[in-house]
Design a protein around this ligand. Structure first.
Ligand code: ATP
Ligand code: MG
Length: 474
């Protein structure tokens, strides 16, 4: 592999033993990195503050401030610089627990071998680049206010911001899935706001619970007298959103006949009003959203397959709130400040016990449900801290108990296992189930399964090879 690294990549080596420090510094410098050294955690923090390192390589046992405290301090400061910890011979277990508990990037056993050091530093540098890119993106997005009300700094939300910023500048159709109340409309608005169409109209239309004629008139418009009650000519949302964006919300609830007409419109780029003869060219970016997992919507013929493929150019799957509990405090703060303004109240925050019960709740209605619970609590509390007594005593979240509520899963989100099949089959069924749950989003599936993305990809490949062999022999 090519070494010399760009001199901008700075590695800070922290070790109290001078000979070990010099040895590592020489090895790292020989790999082409810019090196600085520190003799303990405090010294490292001071140097890192003066000239931030890209990667920190630190010993664990040191006087004054040891490696554990160094990592804890960095974490408490929100500093995500990748850290590699040095462990003694046979220190794998210790290394793994430091990686797990203190979020170190990885560990390195002494005596350090140059090849392993190089591979690790390269991976850590790649990680640092990703962190920097995401931070920059988040700053750009929040600076421009395009994220609107979307709050959350969890890994899945950061990934979401990155998807939004990738797709927004294009004119690709976006298909947003996620449970009710997860923020699908917020995401659609953010995509529009960050797109070159931001200065033009964004029109959201809810395709559910509307009779066919009414929804078609909303979508395509109508001429005067096109149907009973059509007393005036009406421009549909595609016409109104010319050069802008249309959000087709609850797309899997759109009547199938209307889906056929919609597909024609998208393919031809022209709209014909109900009862009209001529066609008008329209240039609209389409975003579709649904609570239905696409495979189910297709299987149950709620969604035309050809329309789905036309709309699903770029898929964004929103995670349910129970899978990003770390976002709950920030979301509560943002919602509380809105609600204080709305109701003229002065609620300062949540009692820790309430926050804990929120973090243990399953939130089947996601952020919308959380918002509703908070709205009631703000009205009841008026000021001060929200206490347990301000919460509704219903069963939708564990009021009065901090026990976690297991999310209720529909049947298609669970598997029954009987004693009998070999482990490989059980594993295959579970992987299939999780992939289905994540709409085939392998990154999210890997997170749920606790596997690396690469391992999941390998398993999926092995599974399909096994299936192919099985089919060939049948
Ligand atoms: N990440 C978030 N941060 C702050 N507020 C959020 C977030 N996600 C959703 N909300 C709030 O939750 C509510 C529901 O959001 P939204 O209408 O976008 O959800 P949805 O997925 O479209 O729901 P549905 O499927 O029921 O239409 C809104 O009040 C929205 O402002
Ligand atoms: Mg919605």
């Amino acid at each position: 592999m090519s070494t010399p690294k760009s001199p901008q990549v700075r590695v800070l080596i922290v070790d109290d033993e001078e000979c070990q420090r010099t040895l590592l510094a020489n090895m790292t410098a020989a790999l082409g990195f810019a090196v600085s050294t520190a003799s303990d955690g405090e010294d490292a923090l001071a140097q890192h503050a003066a000239l931030p390192a890209d990667v920190i390589l630190t010993d664990l046992m040191m006087p004054r401030m040891d490696g554990f405290d160094l990592l804890r301090t960095l974490e408490s400061r929100g500093d995500r610089t990748p850290t590699i910890v040095l462990t003694g011979v046979g220190g794998i277990e210790q290394g793994i627990s430091v990686v797990h508990d203190l979020k170190a990037f990885w560990f390195l056993e002494k005596p350090v071998q140059a090849g392993i050091l190089r591979a690790l530093l390269e991976r850590a540098v790649a990680q640092k680049r990703l962190i920097d890119e995401t931070d920059l993106l988040n700053r750009q997005l929040s600076h421009r206010g395009v994220l609107g009300e979307i709050v959350g700094g969890s890994a899945v939300m950061r990934q979401l911001y990155s998807l939004i910023s990738q797709v927004a500048p294009t004119s690709a159709s976006v298909f947003i899935t996620g449970e009710s109340g997860t923020g699908k409309e917020l995401v659609a608005r953010a995509v529009h706001r960050l797109s070159p169409r931001a200065g033009n109209a964004f029109i959201a239309i809810n395709c559910a619970a509307m009779p066919e004629t009414l929804i078609e008139s909303e979508l395509f418009g109508h001429e005067k007298g096109a149907f009973t009650g059509a007393v005036e000519r009406h421009a549909g949302c595609f016409e109104q959103a010319h050069d802008g964006t249309v959000l087709l919300d609850e797309i899997a609830d759109m009547p199938i006949g209307t889906q056929t007409k919609l597909l024609r419109l998208l393919e031809e780029g022209k709209v014909r009003r109900l009862g009209g003869k001529g066609e008008l060219p329209v240039n609209v970016r389409v975003i579709a959203a649904t609570n239905w997992p696409p495979d189910r919507a297709l299987k149950e013929n709620r969604l035309r397959e050809d329309l789905f493929y036309r709309l699903n150019v770029f898929h964004i799957a929103l995670p349910p709130l129970r899978e990003r509990k770390e976002d709950i405090p920030a979301i509560c703060d943002a919602i509380l400040s809105n609600l204080n303004k709305k109701h003229g109240c002065h609620v300062s925050g949540l009692h820790p016990e309430v926050l804990e019960s929120f973090q243990n709740a399953s939130w089947p209605g996601n952020v919308r449900q959380l918002r509703n619970v908070l709205e009631r609590a703000v009205i009841v509390a008026v000021q001060g801290t929200i206490l347990r007594k301000h919460l509704p005593a219903d069963k939708t979240f564990p009021n009065g108990s901090t026990a976690a509520v297991t999310p209720r899963l529909p049947d298609e989100e669970s598997i029954r296992i009987q004693v009998g099949p070999p482990m490989s089959e059980v594993e295959q069924s579970y992987i299939d189930l999780v992939l289905k749950h994540t709409n085939n989003n392998k990154t999210r599936a890997a997170e749920i399964l606790g596997l690396s993305l690469r391992t999941l990809q390998n398993r999926v490949r092995e599974m399909s090879e096994r299936d192919a062999k099985r089919q060939a022999t049948n």
